[in-house]
Design a protein. Structure first.
Length: 226
């Protein structure tokens, strides 16, 4: 059953990305047919996908602290890895956009700097998991860092409202001061759905790997006991 879900989500994600690319390059109005504008259709959904993953990891981390079940810790770790990958896409596309729009690759803007800090924090989460061998201690430390990291996610989300610096205002109509031309906003949501499908597939694959890793750790501990 899980394999069927994985295949369905993978096909849906690929189909949505293909359809979105067609819409972005051939259907949208001429003013959207510039590189700096087209990047937004991947930059924004990648950020939303990453933030969704970090929030779900927060819930899983809280469930681990409440129950002590390492399965929640494994789920939080797997989804955080995938979320960090999408956060990396967000940072990379943001730098490319900045090069087109501002003529520079990076500016120490409130949004950019806070997003970089967020990325470094969750990268530290992944490094922490490699540095601590004892499963329970690793799970507790990771859970606390995941919860703390989500505070920074909220700061990143609100930064362009709190600090009017070089970064543009919100582009989505669901946020105060945001909005795009007729028909130009929908591909962002469709791309978010596509990335969410792909992210779910990656999490499922990562959870399988984590399950095998737990079995190997269990066998290793049994071997040491003997």
């Amino acid at each position: 059953m899980r394999e069927k879900i994985t295949y369905v989500l993978a096909i849906a994600g690929i189909a949505l990305v293909t359809w979105n690319l067609y819409k972005i390059f051939f259907v949208l109005p001429p003013e959207a047919n510039v590189a700096a504008y087209q990047i937004v259709y991947f930059h924004v959904p990648a950020a939303i996908t990453a933030f969704t993953g970090f929030f779900v990891a927060l819930i899983a981390s809280g469930l681990y602290l409440a129950t002590g079940d390492l399965k929640f810790d494994a789920f939080a770790a797997g989804i955080t890895e995938v979320a960090v990958a999408f956060a990396s896409v967000n940072l990379a596309t943001g730098m490319i956009w900045a090069r087109y729009a501002w003529g520079i690759w990076w500016a120490w803007d409130a949004r950019l700097t806070s997003m970089l800090t967020c990325w470094l924090m969750y990268a530290g989460y992944l490094i922490l998991r490699r540095a601590v061998d004892e499963p329970t201690q690793r799970a507790k430390l990771s859970a606390f860092l995941s919860i703390f990291g989500c505070v920074n996610v909220a700061f990143v989300y609100k930064s362009i409202e709190w600090f009017r610096t070089q970064h543009p205002a919100p582009v989505l109509s669901v946020r105060q001061g945001g909005g795009m031309g007729p028909g130009m906003e929908a591909p962002i949501y469709w791309n978010y759905l596509a990335m969410l499908c792909i992210a779910t597939v990656l999490v499922i694959v990562r959870m399988r790997q984590e399950g095998v890793s737990r079995e190997i750790d269990s066998l290793r501990r049994m071997a040491h006991a003997y």
